[in-house]
Ligand binder design. Structure first.
Ligand SMILES: NC(=O)c1ccc[n+]([C@@H]2O[C@H](COP(=O)([O-])OP(=O)(O)OC[C@H]3O[C@@H](n4cnc5c(N)ncnc54)[C@H](OP(=O)(O)O)[C@@H]3O)[C@@H](O)[C@H]2O)c1
Length: 264
């Protein structure tokens, strides 16, 4: 029987690496795309900067050649985060945020969509955040980017349904990775905002570092890859699923008041 084939973006470390390993341990022929090889095994890494369309073209061309023009699962995980007050965030930082998390993800989703539509089968899993539905103060651009990712996943899922292709957006809360250290932060205006930028971002960083392991996320992603049908949305962790339930039942103003109390 032919091996299942997968591509994971942002696989050099963190969640992407854990997903790569989980799939490989379960018999998948899997390739990891990222700018650096990180901890990926030799021969399983394809260099790719998802914000550079030439690099994306080349990486997918090489990946498809190596996977015999077949992908069962594409995991769109590569991403980064920025923080700061919206009014003081430098233009290059918020453009970069959207360039990586939205346009870079879109470039890779397009590759997966074309191939899977033709093969009439496949799954695209977008790694998103609870920030998509709970907009985080002082992380407005990150939240906006992940809200866009959710919408892309949902709309693409409808477009591709007649072709047998499914999409799912996986909304994560805190995961202990280098994401926290890699965040691009600006504290400009913190004096005007009464120290709220610093305190909100520190609180977030602390809870990220106490968060779940990337392996737990990888387990959830693997289960999505093998179940008979994927849900459109998946929240990982029982406590986080409860937050998802709260989102559905709380009036918007109550939800925003609560977010303000915690992170405002
Ligand atoms: N950690 C959390 O608490 C958390 C919570 C919710 C959602 N998420 C989401 O989970 C995903 C993975 O995050 P993580 O926690 O694993 O972070 P991480 O440890 O910092 O890993 C990020 C990965 O993305 C890759 N990447 C970044 N920019 C890239 C680019 N331009 N082109 C190609 N690859 C790029 C990095 O590889 P290179 O640097 O080698 O390119 C790396 O492999 C992200 O989408 C993030 O938004 C994380």
């Amino acid at each position: 029987m032919k091996k299942q084939c997968a591509i994971v973006t942002g696989a050099s470390k963190g969640i992407g690496l854990a997903v790569f390993r989980r799939l490989e341990d379960n018999g998948y022929d899997v390739l990891g795309l990222s700018r650096s090889r990180g901890a990926l095994p030799e021969g399983k890494w394809i260099q790719c900067d998802i914000t550079d369309s030439e690099s994306v073209d080349k990486a997918f061309e090489e990946a498809l050649e190596r996977l015999d023009n077949h992908i069962d699962v594409l995991i769109l995980n590569a991403g980064m985060g920025i923080s700061g007050a919206l009014e003081f965030t430098p233009k290059e930082d918020y453009r970069r945020q959207i360039e990586v998390n939205v346009f870079g993800t879109t470039a890779c989703a397009k590759k997966g969509a074309s191939l899977m539509r033709e093969q009439k089968k496949g799954r695209i899993i977008f790694i998103s955040s609870l920030g998509a539905i709970f907009p985080l103060p002082f992380q407005s651009f990150y939240s906006a980017g992940k809200a866009a990712v959710n919408a892309l996943s949902d709309a693409l899922g409808i477009e591709l349904k007649p072709f047998g292709v499914e999409t799912c957006t996986v909304m994560l809360n805190d995961v202990k990775t280098e994401f926290t250290a890699n965040r691009i932060k600006t504290y400009e205006g913190d004096d005007i905002y009464g120290g709220r930028i610093q305190s909100s971002v520190s609180k977030m960083e602390e809870s990220e570092q106490k968060g779940m392991s990337p392996e737990k996320v990888a387990e959830a992603v693997y289960k999505l890859a093998i179940r008979s049908r994927m849900p459109s949305h998946k929240i990982v962790g029982i406590g986080n699923e409860f937050l998802g339930l709260l989102y559905r039942i709380l009036p918007t103003n109550a939800m925003l008041w609560l977010l303000g109390k915690i992170y405002g």
